[in-house]
Design a protein around this ligand. Structure first.
Ligand code: GDP
Ligand code: MG
Length: 455
């Protein structure tokens, strides 16, 4: 009997402007090309590419993929406003089963490229590299949606050589970071070598090969990890907590395990507690052309099966934390177990020590954990670590620290905004605020400031 495999969750990440959004848009647009093949389904915070669509796009390339195809499709997490959702976690690992690291081949490694690789390595997330914007190579002949291996044959020797040179530079950079990388068609062993697919996200060149490799590799990893549970109560991760017109506070969730039903009770992480609540509605986005009134942008569904992106409306979600786990429960016993699990996860990350130390804020539980870990490794004490924008209270707390030890009287924010009143107080009282979207850079900035103070 063949076991049922759920769709893998795929994250696309990389430095800003290297083409994440363009690639996802291109993949969504392929629905035009592959209408009969099942098209593309829009989820909350995600896009689903059915396996027939991959097959149609891949054509004869499907032969690259040895063995039986069991995946129902691929679920791409849409890069939300915050780009650091790599740190979204599920059961202590990464929420993504596989990642696509996109690198502008003309720009090479940039700070967020390096940070993405570090996070992937730490979470042990397997990944493929998309070397993007090959169409920018001088004299490149563009043929939309063409497989790379077909497109490359049409290029002048000089353009081909240019691509080779740029690829070698990338391979060299990966080598410096401890990875053996190679152009995908030259890879001998996909578990040991990192595959690089040259693509043009803008024109779709190489996207067929990229999709085939994503499907092939993610299936392999899913099988190995036996992540095949689609029955039983759901588990997921909160992408975003959002106010919706007419619905109140809702949570956008990626369900990575099990089945979520509209009459389920869910347990989610809140500021300093586990929130137990009954689902009011499970919502998925309506097709764009059917939205007439913004209050009715969603369709209600009875259940969703992993993996899926879904909006949940329920009472009491105001305090829910982005990045926190969501666990469905169908009995008192399950509720208690879920509460315990979620509380222990939150309490290990959201802390208030009252010690002399820095104030840390981040956009999700996962990124907060990553930032706090880095700080601890550098022996920088933490007074408070919490999810959310930088508030006046945070600044006031840093101010009280400042009176005891100037160098720790600061607020560090990862992927968060600074509230206006917080900004004002910080200026007036001389409390430094460091914000950024690259963890190591944020810490470097802070350390540079400390050194400056000491001089
Ligand atoms: P993101 O920040 O990683 O999401 O990057 P975007 O997808 O927004 O792309 C940044 C810019 O690069 C946009 O102006 C895109 O049109 C452009 N771009 C992305 N992919 C390609 C590509 O394959 N070729 C070319 N020529 N431009 C691209
Ligand atoms: Mg983008």
């Amino acid at each position: 009997m063949t076991k049922k495999i759920r769709q893998p969750i795929i994250a696309v990440l990389g430095h800003v402007d290297h083409g994440k959004t363009t690639l996802l848009d291109r993949i969504r647009r392929t629905k035009v090309a592959a209408k009969e093949a099942g098209g593309i389904t829009q989820h909350i915070g995600a896009t689903e590419v059915p396996i027939e669509t991959v097959r149609t796009l891949a054509g004869p390339l499907i032969k690259l993929w040895k063995g039986e195809i069991k995946l129902p499709g691929l679920l791409f997490i849409d890069t939300p406003g915050h780009e650091a959702f790599t740190s979204l976690r599920a059961r202590g690992g990464s929420l993504a089963d596989l990642a696509v690291l996109i690198v502008d081949i003309n720009e090479g490694f940039q700070p967020q490229t390096i940070e993405s690789i570090e996070i992937l390595r730490k979470n042990r997330t397997p990944f493929i590299v998309a070397a993007n914007k090959i169409d920018r190579i001088k004299g490149w002949k563009v043929e939309e949606d063409e497989p790379f291996l077909v497109n490359i044959k049409k290029q002048d020797p000089r353009a081909q050589q240019e691509l080779e040179t740029k690829l070698w530079e990338l391979i060299g950079k990966f080598y410096e970071m401890g990875f053996q990388a190679n152009r995908f068609d030259r890879v001998q062993n996909f578990t040991r070598e990192l595959a690089i697919v040259p693509i043009s996200a803008k024109y779709g060149i190489g996207v067929p090969e990229l999709l085939v490799l994503i499907a092939g590799l993610s299936q392999k990893y899913l099988e190995e990890q036996l992540k095949i549970e689609v029955e039983g109560p759901a588990r997921g991760t909160i992408l975003e907590v959002r106010e919706e017109l007419g619905l109140g506070t809702t949570i956008d969730v990626i369900v990575y395990d099990g089945t979520l039903r509209k009459d389920d009770t869910i347990v989610v992480g809140g500021k300093d507690k586990a929130i137990v609540t009954k689902i009011r509605a499970l919502l998925k986005p309506k097709p764009l052309d059917e939205i007439r009134d913004p209050r009715f942008r969603f369709d209600q569904v009875d259940e969703v099966v992993a993996a899926a992106g879904i909006k949940i409306a329920a009472p009491g979600l105001e305090e829910a934390l982005a990045g926190s786990p969501v666990i469905a429960a169908r009995s008192e016993e399950e509720i208690e177990k879920a509460k315990e699990e979620i509380l222990s996860q939150i309490q290990s990350v959201v802390i208030n020590t009252g010690k002399v130390g820095v104030i840390v804020k981040a956009d999700t539980l996962g990124s907060l954990e990553a930032l706090s870990k880095e700080l601890s490794e550098k022996n920088i004490p933490i007074r408070k670590a919490d999810v959310g924008n930088i508030s006046k209270t945070d600044v006031m707390e840093a101010l009280s620290v400042k009176e005891e030890d100037e160098k720790y009287g600061v607020v560090l924010g990862f992927n968060v905004k600074v509230n206006e009143d917080a900004e004002e107080v910080a200026k007036a009282k001389g409390v430094p605020i460091f914000v950024g979207n690259i963890i190591y850079k944020l810490i470097e900035d802070y350390e540079a400031w400390v050194t400056e103070q000491e001089e």
